[in-house]
Design a protein. Sequence first.
Lengths: 113, 109
Amino acid sequence: DAGITQSPRHKVTETGTPVTLRCHQTENHRYMYWYRQDPGHGLRLIHYSYGVKDTDKGEVSDGYSVSRSKTEDFLLTLESATSSQTSVYFCATVSGRGSYEQYFGPGTRLTVT
Amino acid sequence: ELKVEQNPLFLSMQEGKNYTIYCNYSTTSDRLYWYRQDPGKSLESLFVLLSNGAVKQEGRLMASLDTKARLSTLHITAAVHDLSATYFCAVDAGNQFYFGTGTSLTVIP
């Protein structure tokens, strides 16, 4: 357990509104990831971070942005939410100190109406 | 485009039986991961396989990796109901992880 929390855990929002999801970790892990999980697709990487202010795109990054101003926090922003972004979002971390194991947060269920 | 394919996608098996889940991937990678997910829950790391020929076992589950064939297997021995869950494999390509679509396992008493 890498002490990962996500907030909010559930959110319903309207199309066109901006939404920010927060991932917080207490283990000082270097790498942080945002995934979305949809039926039939497994988990797909949205963005990831390999250090403070160092981020990069994953395979489904369109419509999302991220920021990491502190080691412990990784924010995911949906700039203008669409119904296709209704999903369960998971944050994950990797320590980067010789360990490749990923630890996952509890997830955020987002519904865009 | 990197692909990770699992089969079967759905597996219903009787308690006490053995079965294998397969994970094929399309990139050269020496690192392969297995996760378990219970309904409505997050993912739990089961195995981290870091080299060709790696084999790891935990209870009734055993995972192996053949990097030359780009294949990993998750073998279930004498299944019990508590193993009912969705199992995912994932491949590490640089800093990114690519997941299979998952195998939904139901163990029937």
